[in-house]
Design a protein around this ligand. Structure first.
Ligand SMILES: Nc1nc2c(ncn2[C@@H]2O[C@H](COP(=O)(O)OP(=O)(O)OP(=O)(O)O)[C@@H](O)[C@H]2O)c(=O)[nH]1
Length: 390
């Protein structure tokens, strides 16, 4: 599932150090020659792709990135130290555009890819450099040049690691709100989440994953009946699906049957998508007793043959959410590691994505054709009625 994340930062390379104007002054050498050293180059600013980052949110807090200036040259032919370069890590997938020239500076596509975005200033020359046969005591030294300064627009197509799946009212928005900094609207009626919400779940400073709330996938959605239809497609890219179930529905809906409806839904939409790893999350555990939950869990195992993990949470008071998120993080990290290290796994995943997209496209076409046929039938009926009346 893709979302666009944006940030604007200013990068400022270091100024080059000035060249030094100096003459050798030592005892018994009254008229020493020039000995002013060159300055050091200014540090440059680089962007480096990092596969462990997944959003640009941190750039909202720190917007200026400045590399060190070069040191000035010194007497005794000492060259000034070069300014240190600054490496700024950005998520893989970030595109970098110069705000003013609108030039695309780079698309950071690989982990470790390094691109210079502001070049350090060039060092000034010390007066030693200007010594010649005609000028043995040059008084000229040059200044270091300024480092480049640029305002960059960063754009990232965020791919959600985890998708939330479930009937309307299962508590998807509430969960997203409980575990991330996202603040989706929560209301007491179905379909409050009209646009997919996106949250970054931060486990530690450098460990996070992106969770996406997909509007309630309703029964029949893959036939084109509901909102869920459009969004099912976006679920295809996620690593893992969390299937949220209301464990204590107020009406007499049966959670197991409801879950089955969604599984059927997915399978009819795309069998490959239905095979994606899916964990069951029994929500609203605060409304059910431990025994009721245990019975429910057992029914999922017996009736649906559910073998993957089952979690019990209470999204409304964050109960159980920590453990769930820790486990999701580990699974996402494992997936990322394998994608980076294991070529076979990577191509297997790519093939699966392709298959899924093809199935999804076919589903969409099929449902369009069905709807068109239904509309046609309706129009024909109207026409018949018209004939009958007159
Ligand atoms: N008691 C209890 N209520 C909860 C819990 N989680 C969510 N709710 C309530 O359930 C209702 C629906 O929650 P939402 O988070 O809007 O559900 P959703 O799945 O995002 O629904 P849609 O956006 O309509 O698809 C809200 O009134 C929540 O306050 C929970 O753990 N315990």
């Amino acid at each position: 599932m893709k979302f666009v994340d944006e940030a604007e930062i200013t990068v400022e390379a270091g100024k080059g150090g000035n060249g030094c104007m100096s003459f050798r002054r030592e005892k018994f050498i009254p008229k020493g020659g020039p000995d002013g050293g060159d300055g050091g180059d200014g540090g440059s600013v680089y962007l480096v792709g990092d596969a462990n980052l997944n959003t640009l949110v941190d750039f909202r807090y720190q917007r200026r990135y400045k590399a060190q200036a070069g040191q000035g040259g010194m007497g005794a032919n000492c060259t000034g130290k070069a300014g240190e370069d600054l490496y700024v890590r950005v998520p893989v997938g970030t595109s970098v555009v110069d705000k003013f020239t609108e030039e695309l500076i780079a698309d950071i596509a690989e982990h470790g890819q390094t691109v210079v975005v502001a070049k350090g200033g060039f060092h000034g020359l010390g007066n030693t450099r200007f010594k010649s046969s005609t000028n043995r005591s040059p008084t000229k030294a040059t200044k270091g040049t300024d480092g480049e300064v640029r305002t960059l627009q960063l754009q990232l197509k965020v791919i959600a690691d985890v998708g939330l799946l479930g009937m309307p009212n299962a508590g998807k928005s509430t969960l997203l709100r409980a575990v991330s900094a996202a603040r989706p609207k929560v209301a007491d009626y179905p379909f409050t989440t009209l646009v997919p919400g996106l949250g970054v779940v931060r486990i530690e400073l450098e460990r996070s994953f992106v969770m996406a709330d997909i509007p309630g996938v309703i029964e029949g959605a893959s036939e084109g009946a509901g909102l869920g239809f459009r969004f099912l497609k976006h679920l295809s890219r996620t690593r893992l699906l969390l299937h949220l179930v209301d464990a204590a529905p107020l009406d007499d809906a049966d959670p197991v049957q409801q879950a089955q409806a969604i599984v059927d839904e997915l399978a009819s939409f795309s069998p490959t998508l239905a095979q994606k790893e899916r964990w069951l999350v029994l929500n609203k555990a605060d409304m059910a007793s431990a025994e009721q939950l245990a019975v429910l869990e057992q029914r999922f195992r017996d009736e649906l043959g559910w073998q993957l993990p089952i979690y019990r949470i209470s999204a409304i008071n964050s109960g159980g959410c920590d453990r769930l998120c820790q486990d999701v993080m580990r699974s996402v990290e494992q997936h990322r590691r394998r994608l980076a290290e294991d070529e076979d796994y990577k191509s297997e995943q790519a093939a699966r994505d392709q298959r899924m997209e093809l199935e999804i496209r076919q589903s969409i076409e099929r449902s369009r054709a069905q709807r068109a046929a239904a509309r046609q039938a309706l129009e024909d009926d109207d026409f018949d009625d018209f004939d009958d009346d007159y």
